[in-house]
Design a protein around this ligand. Sequence first.
Ligand code: ATP
Length: 224
Amino acid sequence: MTLGLTLTDLCVNGSGGRVLVQAADLKVPPGTLLGITGASGAGKTTLLHAIAGIVPSEGSIRWGETNFSKLSDHARTAFRARNMGMVFQDFLLFDDLSAHDNARLAAMFAPRAERAEITVRAKQHLSELGLTDPERHVASYSGGERQRVALARALAADPAVVLADEPTAALDRRAADRVIHDLVAACRERGRTLIAISHDTHLLDAMDRVVHVTDGHLAAQVPA
Ligand SMILES: Nc1ncnc2c1ncn2[C@@H]1O[C@H](COP(=O)(O)OP(=O)(O)OP(=O)(O)O)[C@@H](O)[C@H]1O
């Protein structure tokens, strides 16, 4: 399954009525790899959080045939759990858990029938991403390894969409290039839609399209 995104007249307001993000029109066909870039504080993370339904917004967000903005909070959370894998800036890994337990976290929230499959897939992704000691606690993992655990976790539920916020930010060039390769391959192989915020030109070069956020506004779409 693959899902495209259509944003229409999206607006995110912050405290004090400040407009944080405005996007009149953005279409991301299913299977597209989209980069989002722009200056620090421009509103990229806020935009990604709105796209994921984590922060409230006005306007319309459609994922495939689903009018995401019209769903109840509960239905939106369920839709996100079923369809979106998220790789956030600070990884949000649990240090006291092993790489495998972190990667199969989605199994805790999945219907009983899908749990075993997620657990198996988590292990498989860790192995494919070169993490050969999945039972070790992630507290002792390097930055690049932690980023790959976060990626394995995002992929374990076999999501139609992957959302990533600066997935290479904390990594040296070699580790970053490996994460870019793995992320792009995981999406291309399964026709997943990828939306990734980055300043990294290597990552942006690997995308199909790149959009710029300037002072909360989405600017014209240009080829990567
Ligand atoms: N709930 C909120 N209320 C008010 N302002 C907010 C809120 N959330 C974020 N902001 C502000 O909105 C602006 C955009 O933040 P955001 O994190 O989206 O930027 P960014 O482009 O991702 O930046 P960076 O590249 O530094 O991560 C910042 O000035 C931030 O302080």
